[in-house]
Design a binder for this molecule. Structure first.
Ligand SMILES: [Zn+2]
Ligand SMILES: [Zn+2]
Length: 66
């Protein structure tokens, strides 16, 4: 569900990556992807890194089964 955003447009609009890091580090890269599921904008690197997407986390799944 990733949509690529025009890079120039992203910069003009001042979007920055809204990815949520597992280590709680902010990312200031300009966001060129939009995830329609978690409704956040991501830089090219974090768009493909599911650990930065809140939409990938299953609620209540913390222990890990396997
Ligand atoms: Zn997402
Ligand atoms: Zn990022």
């Amino acid at each position: 569900m990733l949509q690529q955003v025009n890079q120039t447009e992203a910069r003009d609009l001042g979007w920055s990556c809204q990815g949520v890091s597992p280590l709680d580090e902010p990312c200031d890269s300009s966001a060129t992807f939009y995830c329609a599921i978690c409704e956040r904008r991501f830089c090219a690197v974090h768009a493909e890194d599911e650990t930065w997407h809140t939409c990938v986390l299953e609620p209540g799944e913390e222990g890990g089964e396997s």
